[in-house]
Design a protein around this ligand. Structure first.
Ligand SMILES: CC(C)(COP(=O)(O)OP(=O)(O)OC[C@H]1O[C@@H](n2cnc3c(N)ncnc32)[C@H](O)[C@@H]1OP(=O)(O)O)[C@@H](O)C(=O)NCCC(=O)NCCS
Length: 191
């Protein structure tokens, strides 16, 4: 049981709408991915702050795959919800949709998960957050999936760190074979 109490998922859910104006466009006329990422970070913070009633930082962002381009003139809607909380971390799930009024279409742009960690503003140390009061089957499922993603994230990071630490230059050169790169230097590398 959390000694910071419990709060419902709904209490911190956030919806953010933003019109995609011409200054958001890249040279190809589509909206910069970075604009969307910035809005996602903003809504993740708002959602996490609403849950923990305090300060938090973005600890990690899961992969963000843009499934559809966003056009200037589209209305972007971001939905954010706390899926899972640990001791000081909160996983915020974010879904982004873009609406084109002329065509009357709504497209799913992307979905991602942000891990926010509540900090004491003075000490900058992680602090305990309220638990989640789950109210239906969807919330239970999202909580368990968030818990699983936390475990997989750690394992994945550990695996990459281990591979990187063990990688010798000789093995690295073998991995280069058939890749789209070249190394014109003279080599005297130990295998
Ligand atoms: C995130 C941060 C506070 C973690 O600090 P730490 O001393 O490693 O904290 P701990 O190891 O005690 O972990 C605290 C919590 O953060 C989580 N966490 C730590 N690093 C994480 C990461 N990279 N990804 C996801 N979660 C992470 C832990 O799982 C733990 O969760 P729990 O309390 O719910 O179990 C610290 O790395 C930090 O301040 N990073 C910079 C964040 C920042 O400035 N973001 C904005 C960038 S502009």
């Amino acid at each position: 049981m959390s000694d910071a109490g419990f709060r419902t998922v709904k209490a911190s859910q956030v919806i953010l709408k933003e019109l995609m104006v011409p200054s958001y466009a890249n040279f190809g006329g589509k909206v910069h991915g970075g604009v969307i990422l910035s809005l996602m970070d903003k809504i993740a913070y708002t959602c996490a702050a609403s849950h923990c009633k305090g300060y938090s930082v973005t600890a990690s962002v899961d992969s963000v795959d843009f499934m559809n381009p966003v056009e200037v003139g589209d209305l972007l809607t971001l939905y954010a919800s706390v899926n899972y909380v640990g001791s000081s971390s909160m996983e915020v799930g974010i879904k982004v949709e873009s609406e084109n009024f002329r065509e009357g279409t709504v497209k799913h742009t992307n979905t991602s998960y942000f891990t926010m960690v509540a900090l004491n503003e003075e000490t900058r140390k992680p602090v305990k957050v309220a638990g989640l009061l789950l109210e239906d089957e969807d919330e239970i499922r999202r909580f368990v999936m968030g818990k699983l993603r936390k475990k997989l994230r750690r394992a994945h990071q550990q695996e990459i760190d281990d591979i990187g630490a063990a990688l010798k230059i000789g093995q690295a050169m073998v991995e280069l074979e058939g890749e789209n790169c070249c190394y014109p230097g003279v080599m005297h590398l130990p295998l």
